[in-house]
Design a protein around this ligand. Structure first.
Ligand code: WQD
Length: 339
């Protein structure tokens, strides 16, 4: 199929582009490059030996979005495009609601107009909110504790209403846990702009010497070692989950499905630090700091629905994730080059 990957120049989008190409699909990338370097496209072409059609486009612009669909024969869409920094969303709620909701709206409106019905949505485990049950299942209620999370909850609701109104839609909502790692080549990987919000890229930047030390946000949680526990999933496993979901909605008679994409394994901050030290052979200095507001003690996926219905499972271990992250970071100490 010819698949439009919005946000395809981003961390998860780029890894998914490679796996779509390897699976024999054609790929069209639409990205505004507000949070990605254009140099990644050349890396993707080199790694895949395929041509990739790229549109630099602000997908909140309905006319520009319509132009992409008028110019390309799109069969399906995987929608990654959106702002995703939790802390930034608290500071800039209007920017987050405008960008994330309008981007989804423009894409869905253009799909509707062109009879494109297969839509894979990049959602997040953050929609499970503060549920006291730590193992998350897809039937749990959704809520959020920050504007970023609310945009995911709201777009999921838009998708449920759309599927209710028109059963010809084939929608997959994929709820990611904590994506980390990098392509085995080390040529692409996570390259956050500015100071990393997330644990793994920060640890990697400490290991490569870009940061002095890691702040561990609290060691007094109700967890085995007191630090936060999360379900880390290798970005290559996550990308494979998207290809599997795309295949599945091509054959299902369900207008909308929800799947957790997680490993089902839980690791603490201290365990991630230890794994990264094993992978890199470098010490990761850290200091315990106060808890970060909004952080939950521990949660992880029950991935059994995706395992069963998608014939997919996460296979890589936390050590694999750290080895692959380290290869990317050590080969690209300053991330992607400017063109
Ligand atoms: C993981 C653990 C921190 C940084 C976020 C978003 C979520 C999704 C994934 C988009 C926690 C601790 C972190 C640091 C630390 N993003 N930590 N020092 O918060 O689980 O999820 O990213 O969809 O929506 O909320 O990921 O990597 O920020 O934190 O101690 O410098 O590492 O307290 O326990 P999180 P994270």
């Amino acid at each position: 199929m010819r698949v439009l990957v919005t946000g395809g120049a981003g961390y998860i989008g780029s890894h998914t582009v490679l796996q779509l190409l390897a699976a024999g699909h054609d790929v069209v990338v639409a990205d505004d490059f507000s949070n990605a370097k254009a140099s990644i496209i050349g890396r993707l072409v080199n790694l895949s030996s395929k041509q990739i059609t790229v549109y630099t486009v602000d997908l909140t612009d309905e006319i520009a979005t319509e132009h992409v669909f008028a110019s390309e024969e799109i069969d399906a869409v995987i929608h990654f495009a959106g702002f995703k920094a939790v802390g930034e969303s608290v500071a800039k709620p209007l920017s987050y609601y405008r960008n994330n909701i309008d981007t989804a709206f423009s894409v869905l409106k253009a799909m509707d107009a062109h009879g494109v019905r297969q839509f894979v949505f990049s959602s997040s485990a953050t929609v499970y909110g503060e549920n006291p049950v730590r193992e998350r299942t897809e039937d749990m209620p959704t809520s959020a504790t920050n504007p970023y999370g609310w945009t995911k909850v709201m777009i999921e609701q838009i998708l449920r209403d759309l599927a209710e109104a028109d059963e010809s839609w084939r929608i997959a909502i994929l709820r990611y846990f904590n994506p980390v790692g990098a392509h085995v080549s080390g040529d692409i990987g996570e390259d956050p702009t500015g100071i990393p919000n997330n644990l793994m890229p920060f640890v990697a930047q400490v290991a490569v010497g870009r940061r002095d030390k890691l702040q561990v946000f609290g060691d007094d949680y109700d967890t085995p070692d007191g630090t936060g526990v999360r379900d880390y999933i290798h970005v290559e496993d996550l990308a494979a989950g998207h290809v599997a979901a795309l295949d599945r909605i091509g054959t299902t008679d369900q207008p909308l499905s929800v799947w957790n994409l997680g490993s089902g394994q839980a690791n603490s901050v201290l365990e991630v630090i230890a794994a990264f030290e094993r992978a890199s052979g470098r010490d990761i200095p850290y200091a315990v700091a106060p808890r970060r507001s909004g952080d939950l003690p521990a949660y992880w996926a029950d991935p059994s629905k995706a395992n069963r219905e998608l014939g997919w499972e996460a296979t890589r271990t936390i050590d694999d994730m750290c080895v692959d992250t380290w290869r990317w970071q050590s080969q690209n100490p300053d991330g992607f080059p400017d063109l």
